[in-house]
Design a protein around this ligand. Structure first.
Ligand code: NAD
Length: 337
């Protein structure tokens, strides 16, 4: 049984805690911390014997905690992930791994110095059955060499605390990670385009936004981000290869053709669309922690590369210029993954 301490008991923290208690075998949440202690206390009432810690670092150091799950706000992740590495404890960190390229780089340095991979980042799309099926088609070679990808990330609305820049750092970050993962390649350049602002978008937001992403191997990925689509949560992906195309299937529900019309389900939110993916990522993380091995999911390098890409995306958005990210060399620790 892996005894888990959770830092950040807000929306996704509570969703992960529920999953760890219901759909993930071999795990128990034993410790909680939130900068809002009342919130942590109220979440603790639903858990048998979970203790609330006054600080995240106390929780990480506690002998009763085998592994740490960080789901506080992105800008607060770095010190917690560094403390977990210092304690040699496995840590699952929600995306973003940390707020900037420099902060992620400090995490890479710490993990490399520790000599083993301890960090998994919450890019759950890599566990989504539809994305996995798409990746299998690419790996099979059946559509030939992939040349292009068209991706769309349409959100019904954005939380009140969101900013325009977060369309890149919090939304497009998933699509940027998917592009790296599907093509097994790194991002070589990004250009940002902002067409006419949607009437429903807040003043000054780049909504909609299109990122044109050049991969090092020459493939091109266009990512549309729409923050205030209203009609539902709509995630698209189509890869164009030399010999055919492969498209992300949209959802698990049946498509019904009847009375001259076609109807199918459209998820209302990301929690619904990626429900199975969240289950699978936590199961996999807990299984690897129990086995004592390195995590099998997105690594600190993936979190770092995504932060490099979002920094470049922001620079492209604010300058209007094609921006080349400075990724640097991949440490040996991450070469075999
Ligand atoms: N994988 C995904 O698709 C996905 C989806 C939603 C959120 N997230 C990520 O999860 C994280 C949390 O998002 P959320 O929507 O749950 O936010 P939230 O505001 O609902 O919850 C965050 C919690 O962290 C607490 N907190 C803030 N600073 C803290 C600190 N220094 N120490 C301890 N606790 C602190 C807050 O009090 C709050 O309870 C973010 O990094 C977000 O990007 C990922």
């Amino acid at each position: 049984m892996v005894r888990i301490g959770v830092i950040g008991t807000g929306m996704i923290g509570q969703a992960h805690i529920r999953r760890l208690g219901t759909s993930v075998a071999g795990a128990r949440v034993v410790a909680l911390h939130d900068s809002d202690p009342e919130r942590a206390e109220s979440v603790a009432t639903s858990l048998d014997g979970a203790r609330v810690y006054p600080s995240g670092t106390d929780l990480i150091a506690a002998p009763e905690v085998d592994a740490v799950l960080v789901s506080s706000w992105g800008a607060t992740h770095e010190p917690y992930v560094l403390a977990a590495i210092a304690e040699r404890k496995p840590v699952f960190c929600e995306k973003p791994l940390a707020a900037t390229q420099q902060a992620c780089s400090r995490i890479l340095d710490a993990e490399v110095a520790a000599g083993r991979r301890l960090v998994q980042v919450g890019f759950m799309r890599r566990y989504d059955p539809h994305y996995r099926a798409l990746r299998e088609v690419l790996a099979s070679g059946s559509i030939g060499r992939p040349l292009l990808m068209h991706a769309a990330h349409r959100n019904p609305s954005m939380p009140t605390w969101f900013t325009g820049d977060m369309l890149i750092t919090d939304s497009a970050v998933h699509d940027l990670d998917v592009a790296r993962w599907l093509f097994a390649d790194e991002i070589a350049a990004i250009t940002a385009y902002t067409p006419t602002r949607a009437a429903r978008a807040p003043e000054g937001w780049p909504d909609p936004l299109v990122l044109l992403v050049e991969l090092a191997g020459g493939a091109l990925v266009d990512i549309e981000v729409l923050g205030n689509a209203r009609f539902g949560y709509d995630i698209r992906g189509e890869v164009v290869g030399e010999d055919g195309t492969a498209e992300l299937s949209e959802s698990a529900g049946a498509v019904v053709k009847r009375a001259g019309a076609v109807r199918g389900p459209l998820p209302a939110t990301w929690l619904e669309r990626f429900d199975a993916a969240f289950d699978a990522e936590l199961r996999d993380w807990v299984d690897t922690v129990r086995a004592g091995g390195p995590p099998g999911g997105p690594s600190a390098w993936d979190g770092y590369a995504a932060a490099v890409a979002t920094d470049a995306g922001l620079a492209a958005l604010h300058s209007g210029a094609r921006t080349v990210p400075e990724l640097g060399d991949k440490p040996d620790l991450y070469r075999a993954q």
